[in-house]
Design a binder for this molecule. Sequence first.
Ligand code: KG4
Ligand code: ZN
Length: 352
Amino acid sequence: MTYSDTVRAALPALQQKEHVRILALETSCDETAAAVVEDGRKILSNCVYTQIDLHALYGGVVPEIASRAHVEKVDAMVDAALREAHMTLEEADALAVTYGPGLVGALLAGVSCMKGLAFMTGKPLIPVHHIEGHICANYLTWPELEPPFVCLVVSGGHSHILEVTDYGEYRLLGCTQDDAAGEAFDKAARVLDLPYPGGPRLDKLADAGDPQALKLPRPHTDGPYDFSFSGLKTAFINAVHHQDQTGERMPAEDLAASFRAAVVSQLVEKTMLAAENARASTLALAGGVSANSLLRREMQSACDRRGIRLYMPRLDLCGDNGAMIGSAAYYRLRRGELAGLDLNARPSLSLF
Ligand code: KG4
Ligand code: ZN
């Protein structure tokens, strides 16, 4: 029997099994992360090696450095995740890996590693979409959360409003027309000379500033639930340069607070409009930017005013991690979505 025949034959029994433990690997960008998750909801281990120090020198992720670091670290992270879960590889029921979207070399490091383990052990391999993983970080945080709900996904590469109609089923409501929210935060942070990754640092700095200090434009978008951040970013960069030329730069705290407020108000307004029109009673946040403190506060009060129940991932699950991939993989396994040994990295993989 071939590998595919073996795993297909074993699938029905696995889908009936009372407890399913999945070993998951995430290497789409600059975190080498491995985890073991039980039944899509319970984290048995979650090990993240961040490459931030390697890239900080260059002010952003260098794809070649990222790929190499993943190749060097994947084995150790898989071992660490199994050890922390008090398990052997044999005891894992299935394997999962992020196969897109992301940096091609980085994705390939994870996909190759997991394909090797799948071939060696004969265990099923579940291919996971990175953004689906971010959404599922909410299932790990909130046991009672189930679809349907509207979700705002905001990361370094994505800004989407979508409807999760069922496990693994998504309907796009709106998305960014240009930059992603995280990308905009990182670029604004660079102008303020904050080290990479700037988003979280800008967030901290903004807490001590006046959000009204700098007037920034309100962007126009095609669709009512679409976003645009590049005009905002350019206006911000121009304003800072202009202030430098006149020798009167505002305090960095005020600049950071003004930029953060402009991004967050756009995210909150569009998401609320989409949630109201979809008659959603439940909303979730996902992705690295969902760690933003103002976004969390403002979204909570906007939801409270409208009687919408808001779910946000635990702070340590907002950024890239393996547990979110293990959760998404569980629901894919239930639908019988398995990969063959011909699985390839898909840098521009779409969710819709
Ligand atoms: O989801 P993520 O970890 O990786 C991608 O899939 O892109 O998101 C990373 C992004 C970066 O742009 C980072 O600056 C941003 O999330 N980010 C934040 C905060 N924490 C992370 N942006 C604003 N405020 C934060 N607190
Ligand atoms: Zn991510």
